[in-house]
Design a protein around this ligand. Sequence first.
Ligand code: CTP
Length: 400
Amino acid sequence: MDKPKVVLGVSGGIAAYKACELLRRLTESGHDVRVVPTASALHFVGAATWSALSGNPVSTEVWDDVHEVPHVRIGQHADLVVVAPATADTLARAAHGLADDLLTNTLLTARCPVVFAPAMHTEMWEHPATRENVATLRRRGAVVIEPAVGRLTGADTGKGRLPDPGEIFEVCRRVLARGVTRPDLAGRHVVVSAGGTREPLDPVRFLGNRSSGKQGYALARTAAARGARVTLIAADTALPDPAGVDLVRVGTAVELREAVLGAAADADAVVMAAAVADFRPAVYATGKIKKKDGQEPEPVALVRNPDILAELSGDRPRAGQVIVGFAAETDDVLANGRAKLKRKGCDLLVVNEVGERKTFGADESEAVVLGADGSETPVAHGPKEVLAETVWDLVAERLG
Ligand code: CTP
């Protein structure tokens, strides 16, 4: 079988050196990679490096090897184009259909999925011109992954770092596996909550739960690879930040509610995969609660937390928004799931059976997705990503 053909576009930013690692991962996992740098990219990493690492010729201009018509052929034959780093200038040229070098010609002739991994200073990323260019590219079906937050070229920090090359590779792998030119969540904004809330008792203790966050993270990653702009609202989890999503960290259910309702205002879909504590301590002790000799401990009084899923479903911030909940049940799984779907008022409810070694912390799960329209979609035991893909299939169907 032919190796999948990947074009790695590299534009002129300091993060170009990280694209060497991405190239390595792509070639080592069996892809035939043609690197197409811009002229500015070669100020950062030279053509010899790209050529040696890819095993293919490297050129920035349309005037080399003209008899092979490279400005058309490279794009036509690609199974995937990934531009990493994508500078503000490259995004602008791509959004406006300019074709003044080999990379922009390749972007115009490519009929395969295209992934952009932007990297630039925060001011450039936030500039209305860049925002509009990114929105245009997403609307047309390109996967534009969100830059990471952290140290930038100089001493400054902020949003604009190129995500970890391993994470960009994962996005490319998923996009290639789906193989669709126009991903079904392109131009959509989705909000995913993940992890378990922590409800503090005093400065050193909290009430928590066993959610690992893996299912929510799988939902965020798969949605990004399907072209969505993703806001991931993460309560407690030990997982590394996924690439290409806007990450908001929260602690308590009340903080989670505020973050979800804020992000949901312009969202097409909200998936509540977080394990939200139903109760929190009625009183937060500002000093550590100490044991007292000869005395039994005081009981901990609890109060109800807001039900975010029910609130969102009952008062949708946006018409046509699709809302998905999760339910972990131990007995009468389907009957309890149906009743919960009705009670919460959401469109879809993913029902997991929980028990010893089931669901919490595991990499795999098994579930039934219940629809408010009466549908039932079983998902066989398998990786949490498979369940995540099924959830997005059902969401995409409902978004139409
Ligand atoms: N959820 C929420 N806000 C809460 C509790 C839960 O938004 N305060 C969401 C969860 O994110 C999940 C769904 O509701 O998507 C189901 O949560 P679950 O705790 O299983 O449901 P409960 O209503 O608490 O039902 P029960 O305790 O009877 O199982």
